[in-house]
Design a protein around this ligand. Structure first.
Ligand SMILES: Cc1ncc(COP(=O)(O)O)c(C=O)c1O
Length: 380
C-alpha cells in the first residue's frame, strides 16, 4: 500500500516516557471505585437497545506490521449516538436526576458529550442547555437540537464555551454535567468516567481468555483514558502498557506528565480531531493518569484522512469500519512506531504484542466524515 511508504505521514511530533510511572490498582480504584463501576454497568446494561459494541480484529494491519493481534473497539455502533460518549454523560444525568428532582442540566461540548447529555435529558423529560464554541459544526449542533436541547453559541474555543457554561449555569442554578473536573467539582466527572468503563467489561467478555499487552488511548481532557485504566485495574489481572496519544496542538496530558503536575496548554491552532482539542487535563483523570501512563506521544493531523479511508475500505481488517477523526490516533501511533524502530523499541512493541485501540466515534458529523474519506481515498 503506497500510503505506508510515506514516512512523513506517520511521524510522531513528540514522545515522552513517564518517569513517575507506578501502577497502583488500589489507588486507581479510589478515584473510580469498584462500586461506581458496578453501578454504572448495571444501570447502562438496562437501558433500551443496550448491546455491547463490536471488538474487531485489525488482522490485516497486524500482519502488515508484524504484531500478534490488534483489537479495535468500534464505538461507531454505540446506541444511536455513534460514540462512547453516549455512556458517560447520559449515565451522569440519570444519577444526578435520581438525587435531585426538577433540574435543568447544562454542559459545554465539542459535540459527542453534549449529544449524550441531551439524549438522556430528553429521555427523562428535563430541559437541557448546551454551550458550544464557534468551532463546533452546524450539523453537530443540529444533532443536539434533535434531542430537544437549547444550543448556546460562544465566541472562541472549547475553553471559552466551558467558562461561559459555568458562569451562566451558576447564575441560573442549572446542574452542570461536565466531563472535566475542577476544584470542588469532581462527583459528576467521576460518574461520567464510571459510565465509560462498561467498554472494558465488554472487551474482557469479548477477548475471553486472551490478554492485552499495549493500549493506545487518545486524550482530550483525559477522562476516557483514565476510565479505561480504571477498567483494567478492575477487570484485568495484568497491567498492559498504556500509551496516551494527543494532537500536537492540544497536548495537555503530555505537558502535565512532563511537568509532573496539571499543565494548561494554550491552543493556538485547532486540530481536526475536535473532540480532543482540550487545553486542560481533568483533575480527577489526572489523579489516575499521573502514575499509570507509561508513554505519551503527539501526532499531527496529517494521517487522519488516510486512516479513515483505510478503515472504510477494509484494508486493515476483513470488514469495513466507519471511523470518525477521533478514532484514528491509535492506528496512526501504531503505524508510526513500525515506521521507526526507535519508537518500536521505546514502546516495547514486538511480534508478541496484543494491542487494543479505541475507535471512539463513527461518522458523528457526516459532512466532515465524507470530506475526510474523499481526501483519504486519493492517498491510499
Ligand atoms: C470521539 C471522542 N474521542 C475522544 C475524546 C477524548 O475524551 P476525553 O476528553 O475524555 O479525554 C472525545 C472527547 O470529547 C471524543 O469526543
Amino acid at each position: 500500500m503506497k500510503v505506508f511508504s510515506k514516512e512523513k505521514l506517520w511521524n510522531y511530533s513528540s514522545y515522552l516516557k513517564n518517569n513517575n510511572f507506578n501502577f497502583n490498582r488500589s489507588n486507581i480504584l479510589k478515584i473510580v471505585t469498584k462500586e461506581m463501576i458496578e453501578d454504572s454497568i448495571k444501570v447502562i446494561s438496562n437501558w433500551n437497545d443496550y448491546r455491547p459494541t463490536p471488538l474487531i480484529e485489525l488482522n490485516k494491519l497486524a500482519n502488515l506490521i508484524g504484531v500478534k493481534k490488534i483489537y479495535y473497539k468500534d464505538e461507531s455502533q454505540r446506541f444511536e449516538l455513534g460514540s462512547f460518549k453516549a455512556l458517560g454523560g447520559a449515565y451522569a444525568v440519570e444519577k444526578i436526576v435520581d438525587s435531585k428532582k426538577n433540574i435543568i442540566v447544562s454542559t459545554a461540548t465539542a459535540g459527542n458529550h453534549g449529544r449524550s447529555v441531551a439524549w438522556a435529558a430528553q429521555k427523562i423529560g428535563i430541559k437541557c442547555k448546551i454551550f458550544i464554541s464557534e468551532n463546533v459544526s452546524e450539523s453537530r449542533a443540529k444533532a443536539m437540537k434533535k434531542y430537544g436541547a437549547e444550543i448556546i453559541k460562544v465566541k472562541g474555543n472549547y475553553e471559552n464555551s466551558l467558562q461561559e457554561c459555568k458562569k451562566i449555569s451558576n447564575k441560573n442554578n442549572w446542574e452542570i454535567i461536565q466531563d472535566v473536573s475542577w476544584e470542588n467539582y469532581e462527583k459528576v466527572p467521576q460518574l461520567i468516567m464510571a459510565g465509560y468503563t462498561i467498554m472494558i467489561k465488554e472487551i474482557f467478555d469479548q477477548i475471553e481468555n486472551d490478554s492485552i499487552t499495549h493500549v493506545f488511548l487518545q486524550a482530550g481532557v483525559g477522562g476516557m483514558a483514565a476510565s479505561m485504566i480504571a477498567g483494567f485495574a478492575e477487570f484485568s489481572e495484568n497491567a498492559p502498557k498504556f500509551i496516551i496519544v494527543e494532537p500536537e496542538n492540544a497536548d495537555c496530558v503530555f505537558k502535565s506528565i512532563k511537568n509532573n503536575k496539571p499543565t494548561k496548554v494554550n491552543i493556538k491552532k485547532e486540530t481536526l480531531m475536535g473532540g480532543m482539542s482540550c487545553g486542560d487535563v481533568s483533575t480527577v483523570a489526572w489523579k489516575i493518569l499521573q502514575n499509570s501512563i507509561n508513554y505519551c506521544l503527539t501526532i499531527s493531523d496529517e494521517a487522519i484522512s488516510s486512516v479513515v479511508a483505510l478503515l472504510a475500505e477494509s484494508r486493515l481488517s476483513d470488514q469495513k469500519i466507519v471511523a470518525g477523526e477521533c478514532s484514528t490516533p491509535g492506528i496512526t501511533a501504531l503505524i508510526g512506531a513500525f515506521k521507526n524502530n526507535n519508537y518500536l523499541n521505546k514502546l516495547e512493541l514486538n511480534s508478541n504484542s496484543k494491542v487494543l485501540i479505541f475507535g471512539c466515534e463513527g461518522s458523528t458529523d457526516k459532512k466532515i466524515y465524507q470530506k475526510l474519506l474523499n481526501d483519504g481515498l486519493k492517498k491510499i
